[in-house]
Write a protein that binds this ligand. Structure first.
Ligand SMILES: NC(=O)c1ccc[n+]([C@@H]2O[C@H](COP(=O)([O-])OP(=O)(O)OC[C@H]3O[C@@H](n4cnc5c(N)ncnc54)[C@H](O)[C@@H]3O)[C@@H](O)[C@H]2O)c1
Length: 278
């Protein structure tokens, strides 16, 4: 169902790689709701991903950028204002990458150059995006900036590695910048803490299949899908959420409030029976 929630709104969507990407689903939903936008991703992602298909479907220009480069980000914001005909109303940061996770370096044996890259790509890029946008005065009053986070920012999850630290910083940046941007320009800055989701980045998490099953059994409403994340994102981009800022909002079927569920306990007890555990 569509509601025309974003009619007349303009934006920039960072991080759509392929049709599994959360940013891809959000872009499609924004398009359905009448919003117009540019898309951005790294030159490598443009070569190997499928972003041009999405761009054709949504009639969007693709602007290559490494989100760790202030110069690239300045270009994205300037070019977006040119092609969209003025300042934007929403920005999506849907970017994450850890070489320690990719190369299977454990948290107590990380490579520190990789660690710095994780922080730069997955968290600092959000600050850079906000600072560039503010300096260029690129976002309209009551605009909405959103990044995607994960519960490992607050709770320890085996295998999430240095991405947990990056997500903690990402959520902190949303609060710290959200205060300044709200005070000066009435611009909202929030993060959505999404359920584990089977995407290219998500599949890098150690034991993703078991994790997806566990969180699904633990969540009274089940895991939130990427499509459901897109539904929630359009509300946060719309005028219906004007006074929500500096928040990390769990979009996880209730997982974050659980400690043990009947479904998870039933499954766990089966394993104990099998192993004849005393
Ligand atoms: N999949 C999950 O389980 C899950 C859960 C919660 C939060 N998230 C977060 O959602 C966001 C999107 O991830 P996804 O799951 O859709 O996976 P994805 O792999 O589709 O998206 C990650 C994106 O980051 C981009 N990227 C990497 N380095 C970049 C750089 N230097 N500059 C610009 N872009 C860069 C990639 O090209 C890719 O498009 C990430 O922040 C991720 O941490 C994912």
């Amino acid at each position: 169902m569509t509601y025309n929630l974003l009619k007349g709104k303009k934006g920039i969507i960072f991080g759509a790689l392929d049709s599994k990407s959360i940013a891809w689903k959000i872009a499609s939903r924004v398009h359905e709701e009448g919003g117009i936008f540019t898309l951005s991703n790294t030159p490598v992602a443009l070569r190997f991903g499928e972003i041009n298909q999405l761009a054709a479907q949504c009639n969007a220009l693709v602007i290559p950028a490494d989100a760790t480069s202030v110069k690239d980000l300045e270009h994205v914001f300037k070019r977006s204002m040119e092609v969209l005909g003025g300042k934007v109303d929403f920005v999506l940061h849907s970017i994450g990458m850890s070489l320690n996770v990719r190369k299977q370096r454990d948290y107590d044996d990380v490579d520190y150059d990789f660690f710095q890259k994780t922080i730069d790509i997955s968290a600092l890029s959000f600050h850079k995006m906000l600072q560039v946008a503010k300096k260029l005065d690129a976002i309209n009053e009551w605009g909405s900036v959103l990044a995607l986070s994960y519960i490992a920012a607050q709770r320890t999850l085996a295998g999430y590695n240095d991405m947990a630290d990056a997500k903690a910083l990402l959520e902190s940046i949303a609060r710290s910048f959200g205060y300044i941007y709200g005070r000066e320009k009435h611009i909202r800055v929030n993060t959505i803490s999404q359920s584990p989701t089977r995407t290219t980045a998500g599949s890098g998490i150690k034991g993703i299949d078991g994790l997806l099953d566990f969180t699904d059994r633990m969540s009274p409403l089940g895991n939130a899908t990427a499509e459901e994340c897109a539904d929630f994102s359009i509300v946060l981009f719309s005028d219906l959420s004007k006074k929500i800022t500096m928040q990390n909002i769990y979009h996880d079927g209730g997982f974050s409030s659980m400690a043990m569920s009947l479904k998870a306990m039933t499954q766990y007890n089966k394993c104990l029976d099998e192993e004849d555990y005393l």
